[in-house]
Design a protein around this ligand. Structure first.
Ligand code: MTE
Length: 324
């Protein structure tokens, strides 16, 4: 008999929002948010409604990971975004990410691995069952959300690509297509496109690292990084790169976008850490969204965003004020 160990951050299934609530929400959402195109993903349920809406994902048989904190309402999750490819205003991604086509989608796999090549998204995901993970997301700008993602563990996908013993890092790139991404056409952009991110291999193989293809039980809206994005919940949100088109296994530490822009402000590691302030603001607290002028909803920031039990061992020998 197969007995699955329930990790310490998992909640019983009964405490997770029932699917009927997602489906009701979906009716409400239809036509109001930028759409993810229809994806022939494994386990996808037949959508009975309009083809321009996000679609329900089937993850019923999978384990669920959670927190007892209140989930951030869908409206905030999909309308308050950072996705500089579509502009720097928090509302720009919801406004303009619908201009990006996400079907078909392929991911180039390169570098130190046994199975390089161009994979359709469907082939990359086919061997894996979807599961739900309800994670805190803490932005370096000191706001945070609690988001129910649907996707697959990053480790499972990377293992299938057979990294060699020389692979010490894994690097990711977002789509670079100024025709579809108006932020990449801007003359004022500080980012050298494409958006780039990376993890050390042991970070990437940690059980928390996740590739999301959905949220709130539906395919990812474009503004949240459709059709596939990284979610690394113990690191500042900028590590969670959206709309991934390239995965490269590397011997050397890759250059990453925010580190390239301002290395004194944003490091490669970017672990959430209330003891190491950003040079221009404190990281001790965060605004848990939704928040407003009258009710800013400040809460204390936890080290590793509350995931120390799962990840602190990765940094045992490191001075985290130097490797920020
Ligand atoms: N990925 C790309 N390609 N471009 C971006 O501008 N912004 C990052 C991250 N991933 C960003 C990105 C930042 S700063 C944050 S906080 C999160 O996405 C926000 O994710 P969300 O909009 O889904 O909440």
């Amino acid at each position: 008999m197969l007995i699955k160990r329930r990790p310490s951050w998992a909640l019983p299934e009964s405490e997770v929002t029932p699917k009927s609530i997602y489906l009701n929400r979906r009716r409400f959402m239809t036509g109001t948010i930028a759409s993810a195109a229809s994806l022939a993903l494994p386990g996808l349920l037949q959508a009975s409604e309009t083809s321009s809406a996000t679609r329900p994902l089937d993850y019923r048989a999978a384990p669920k990971f959670s927190t007892d904190e209140k989930k951030t309402p869908l409206d905030a999750v999909t309308r308050y975004n950072n996705f500089y490819e579509f502009g720097t205003d928090k509302g720009d991604p919801a406004r303009y990410a619908g201009e990006m086509s996400v079907d078909p989608w392929s991911v180039d796999v390169e570098g130190e691995c046994g199975r390089p090549g161009r994979y359709s998204l469907e082939d990359l995901l086919k061997p894996h069952d979807y599961e739900e993970r309800i994670y805190r997301l803490r932005c370096v700008e000191a706001w945070s959300m609690v988001i129910p993602w649907v996707g697959v563990p990053l480790a499972a996908v990377l293992k299938q690509l057979e990294p060699t013993s020389r692979a010490r890092y894994v690097y990711f790139e977002t789509l670079h297509d100024p025709k579809q991404m108006r932020g990449q056409r801007s003359l004022f952009s500080t980012i050298e496109w494409p958006y780039r991110e990376g993890l050390r291999m042991d970070e990437a193989m940690n059980e928390l690292s996740f590739l999301a293809v959905g949220l709130y039980g539906e395919t990812l809206p474009n503004q949240n990084g459709a059709p596939i994005r990284l979610v690394v919940p113990w690191k500042y949100g900028f590590k969670s790169i959206k709309s991934i088109v390239r995965i490269r296994f590397m011997e050397e530490q890759p250059k990453t976008s925010w580190e390239m822009i301002a290395p004194n402000e944003y490091g490669f590691y970017a672990n959430v850490n209330p003891d190491v302030d950003h040079p221009r603001w404190s990281q001790k607290r965060e605004r848990r969204l939704p928040s407003g002028v009258l009710r800013p909803n400040w809460i204390e920031t936890a080290k590793f965003n509350g995931y120390a039990e799962q990840v602190a061992h990765l940094y045992k020998e490191m001075d985290l004020s130097r490797f920020y």
